[in-house]
Design a protein around this ligand. Sequence first.
Ligand SMILES: [Zn+2]
Length: 386
Amino acid sequence: MSDDAKNWQELEAKLRKALGLAPPSAAEADAEMENAEGVHMSREEIERLVERAMRGEKPEPSLAADYSWLKWVPLARSDEFVFNRNRTGASQGDSSQGIDIQRRVEKAEAAAEELVENLGIKAPVDPFAIAENESPVLHMQLHDFGSRFDGQLEFDQLHREFLMLVNTKYDATWPRGGHHPRTRFSAAHELGHYFLDHHRARLLRGGEPQPSHVDFTSALVLEREADHFASALLMPRAQFLEKVKRLPVGLPAIRGAAEHFGASLTSAAIRYAGVNAAPVVVIKWASDGFGWKWLSNAAYEAGLRKTIEDTKEVPGDSATGKVLAGRVPTGQSIEQGTTAAAWFPFVSHGSSRNDILIEQAISLGEHGLLTVLSPQGGTFSYSPIR
Ligand SMILES: [Zn+2]
């Protein structure tokens, strides 16, 4: 092993320790070794990087430029960085960071699934009961915190206990009593910060608590992990698939799941695509335009990765167009036929991939709307030439 490789290995071990991350698996360690060849780093530089990491500071600019593979993701009040395993360029670096995040959110989901299994619980999962079960180590406080945050987990060094704050502001608008799905999701998200080892370790080390804003789109890796933990906790994969397989594909299944699992339509839609319950593309539009999209594996593999993202390109007479125009009351949906070419710019009208699709759109009122696209024939056409 070269000195550079040894130095890199040492750096990673120290940084992982400083951040409370688990040691790398054997496969990860091998991948690190491969990347390490050709990295030139003195022991002095390593010490400087680690010291700064311990203080939650970014690498000094001269090092950051040389070691651009060390990607930093800014957090609210401290910094967390993500190991970027590809040093060969910005665009490739970004995609390898994407893979890294994907692996991390999958691990977070697996941890939630394991918890559900260990507790032997069936939906609807009660995140508040799970929190109470952790007393006296974990102390939960429910309160209307306004727009400050959806939730927050803190560690009280003096009393050696975790304090879990959950914002109940949405409960006031929930007609059925009990907790609004968003409050349930916030509680489950904070449980993620508590049950995920590296989140808990970070707080135990004196890391600043982060105010959580639960929306699945955070650039912060820890937040994304907690969102995925919450999703898997409230909608465990096996139970979710069992529930939706009896329901018609798309919105009816998503609505049924939201009801059954006490989840919002949005989080149920994300889970529906995420567990590949059906071949779908789910698009969330905010009141001011495109929000985000989620693809099931089948849609991803069919190459349907780019959708139209400009409301001006949405045909006015389509289901989505009608909801966008405010012609549909909150909570109501429309279903219409459409084509892949209408939604995916890379599918041309004459192409064999121009499948007939079912387009469903539902109004979420002030939260925008959801579009769900699925192939009428049950599968997306796949073409190896694209
Ligand atoms: Zn959070």
